[in-house]
Ligand binder design. Structure first.
Ligand SMILES: [Zn+2]
Length: 417
């Protein structure tokens, strides 16, 4: 089939995709319309079982590695070539919607089934991957197994990670029967394309169907501890106070202004606070804040980072507070492979879908895989930009559009050099 003919006829079955999403959404369903499917839980096992049985029903060979990552393979005409890969995750946050993760997995499955249905072969094999523990809700860190596969940290470190009850990943994998025999370290990949819901409001606001994701924004993250002096709020004149909560309030305000100064790409936030003694009649002795700044451009990120540190120091000094800064996380921006981004954009344009390039504000497995293979992502809109929330919602039309773009991107990459 020529590429012109392919673009006319090769499309996904949107109804079948939607049915599979609904079916997956029943596994770990909550009474209030969401999903609770923590990594390596009973519900995660059910979701994995469903995925594996659908893959086997289509004749795809399934292998499982020592981290429980599942790889389903549709052979290519030349089996000596490294596969084009796609995938996402099936685990969820404790309170979550149905589409964050499963959308990418099931859009990938729909793409493979559509190739079968239309009798289309590809030069390279295509592999569909389910990554273990993307969410980092039960076991830390987030995107655990893609990080281990990409060599960010040793596989054993991931297997040893424990949940709040002291159960480690290795034992949890054994319990649900997904501790596979294969070595997870760096399987050969020609490239990796992940479809995902945007988890933000941009595509919906702009009336677009597809985001051609250029990368993932970088993060500098801090825990800030301000220590002053506990004292009586009635007897201590204003000028004598060393008020940790008042200092924290100034920092919160200044951090927000910092983010606003770097709009639209920059973000800066304080997102949690603990106050001691947290008593109505006592000036706060201590305030502990989490604060971070994010940007897609590393020079801009580092400029924000410098200003963030400066404002912590300046405000603590002006308020007479002791400052302890713990730099807990530094993640440079990830830039995806231009040819993968372009393949996504071109596939969208071929279908006439509204598309824009954009960076992801959230971490994804693709962020780690970009270290070992040319990588891209496809975003589809989600209602009001809401996710990590039971109200998370996508439309069947957008789901099908994203899957069509994934299908044609995979075909282009699997038939290219
Ligand atoms: Zn996700």
């Amino acid at each position: 089939m020529s590429s012109a003919e392919l673009s006319q006829t090769l499309c996904v079955d949107g109804r079948r995709l939607w049915q599979s999403l609904e079916q997956m959404g029943e596994l770990g369903a909550t009474p209030t319309g969401g999903v609770r499917r923590l990594a390596l839980s009973r519900e995660d096992k059910l979701a994995r079982d469903m995925f594996v049985s659908l893959c086997r029903a289509s004749g795809y060979a399934v292998r499982i590695d020592a981290l429980g990552n599942i790889y389903a393979r549709r052979p290519g005409r030349d089996e000596s070539l490294a596969p084009v890969t796609t995938g996402s995750h099936l685990d969820s946050q404790p309170v979550a919607g149905k589409y964050d993760g499963p959308y990418g997995v099931l859009a990938g499955l729909e793409a493979l089934r559509s190739l079968d249905q239309h009798g289309v072969s590809t030069r390279r094999p295509i592999e569909l991957i389910v990554w273990t523990n993307e969410e980092g809700a039960r076991f830390q860190p987030v995107c655990m197994s893609s990080a281990a596969v990409a060599g960010v940290f040793p596989v054993q470190q991931a297997l040893d990670a424990q949940d709040a009850d002291g159960v480690c990943v290795g034992d949890a994998l054994q319990t649900i029967g997904y501790a596979g025999p294969h070595d997870p370290v760096c399987p050969a990949m020609h490239c990796y394309i992940e479809a995902h819901i945007e988890q933000g409001p941009v595509l919906e606001r702009e009336g677009l169907s597809i985001g051609a994701v250029e990368g993932v924004i970088g993060i500098e993250s801090y825990e800030v501890t301000l220590t002053g002096q506990a004292a009586h709020i009635g007897t201590t004149p204003m000028s004598y106070r060393r008020d940790a909560l008042a200092g924290a309030a100034r920092i919160i305000h200044a951090v927000r202004q910092l983010g606003q100064a770097y709009e639209p790409a920059g973000r800066a936030s304080c997102s949690s606070i603990q106050v001691l003694p947290n008593v109505r009649s006592v000036i706060a002795q201590q305030a502990k804040l989490t604060a971070d700044c994010r940007h897609e451009n590393n020079a801009q990120l580092q400029a924000m980072h410098g200003q963030l540190r400066e404002l912590f120091t300046r405000i603590a000094e002006e308020e007479g507070l002791a400052l302890q800064l713990d730099h807990i996380w530094t993640v440079p921006p990830t830039h995806f492979a231009p040819r993968c981004v372009e393949a996504v954009r071109a596939a969208s344009a071929k279908w006439g879908y509204g598309v824009r390039k954009m960076y992801s504000g959230a971490a994804h497995d693709a962020m780690h895989i970009a270290r070992i293979a040319p990588t891209g992502m496809i975003f589809i809109p989600c209602k009001d930009g809401v996710s990590h929330n039971e109200a998370e919602l996508i439309t069947p039309e957008d789901a099908a559009a994203g899957a069509n773009v994934l299908l044609h991107t995979l075909v282009a990459l699997a038939n290219g050099d």
